[in-house]
Design a protein around this ligand. Structure first.
Ligand code: FE2
Length: 285
């Protein structure tokens, strides 16, 4: 196993000369430390089966079974499928996922600590994933903005990102939203969370899922959220991963906001995600 660590505050470590299907427990411990320290670990040149992918995830932690079944791989419910390609003549996963800033499952009581992503089909042109280190953003936050959110809770919900499915035909939009909300009621998390492994403070919010700040009236809350989003999403905060054939990425989903690039019309894209619970609380106070 060869490790290339990033310089200074840059995120992302690269791991070469390893077959993740044959990884040892000692190597897994090194990788977990790397992902907490550098936020992203890129494994290059991998070629593993779906079963081996899940076995690899199980060495790191407990794979999530995503609560919406239409995202599941038909043979492996641990694999969340993002795909615009059908399989055996049937719809396979969901197309166009995650093209907005978010962290995975922020709208659940127990959001995902780690996310692993393994593209199976890359578009011919380019596929990128963008990241923002919210630990660094918190450090750079202007004191006035910080004073507004320190000690506050934020509201997170997924209903505005729900993707209409075949079974929604003939339903009124309000009923679709209400049904979704019954299954996934909004949750609250501290605006600033402390990472259980690094004890660093992280601004925990994203344009995709964060819809309010508790204790503030609607107008003030919306105004403040917009001000925060425009600071968070400025170009200098964005790290771009350009995918290469055989890459597997593992990232710290407590710390990084991320967003997928769009797939150009007519091009194919299939990615397999496994969400991983690492056995630590999502945050400590
Ligand atoms: Fe995502």
């Amino acid at each position: 196993m060869k490790i290339n660590q990033p310089v200074s505050e840059k995120i992302g470590a690269e791991i070469l000369e390893i077959d993740v299907a044959l990884i040892s427990e000692a190597e897994v411990n090194i990788i977990k430390k790397l992902v907490y320290d550098h936020k992203i670990v890129v494994f290059r040149g991998q070629n593993i089966s779906d079963y081996q992918y899940i076995e690899f995830a199980k060495k790191i932690g407990t794979p999530q079974i995503y609560p919406q079944e239409n995202y599941h791989h038909p043979d492996y419910p641990e694999i969340f499928v993002s795909s615009n390609v059908s399989k055996d003549g049937k719809k396979f996963g969901v197309a166009g996922t995650g093209r907005y800033w978010h962290t995975d499952c922020a709208f659940l009581d127990q959001p995902l600590p780690l996310t692993m992503l393994y593209p199976k089909v890359l578009p011919n042109s380019v596929r990128e994933t963008y990241y923002i280190d919210m630990q660094q953003v918190y450090k750079k936050l202007a004191p006035n903005l910080r004073s507004y959110i320190d000690g506050k809770y934020m509201v997170h919900e997924a209903k505005w990102r729900y993707k209409v499915q075949e079974w929604d035909i003939d339903k009124a939009i309000i009923d679709i939203l209400n049904d979704f909300e019954k299954k996934f009621p909004s949750v609250k998390h501290p605006a600033v969370i402390m990472h259980p492994a690094t004890h660093e403070k992280i601004l925990y919010m994203s344009q995709g899922f964060t819809t309010g700040i508790k204790g503030l009236d609607y107008e003030t809350s919306q105004e403040l959220l917009q001000e925060l989003f425009s600071f968070i999403e400025c170009d200098e905060h964005i790290h771009t991963h350009i995918w290469k054939e055989g890459d597997i990425l593992l990232w710290d989903n407590r710390t990084l906001n991320h967003k997928a690039s769009s797939v150009p019309k007519g091009e194919k894209s299939v990615s397999y995600r496994i969400g991983i619970y690492d056995g630590l609380p999502f945050y400590v106070s």
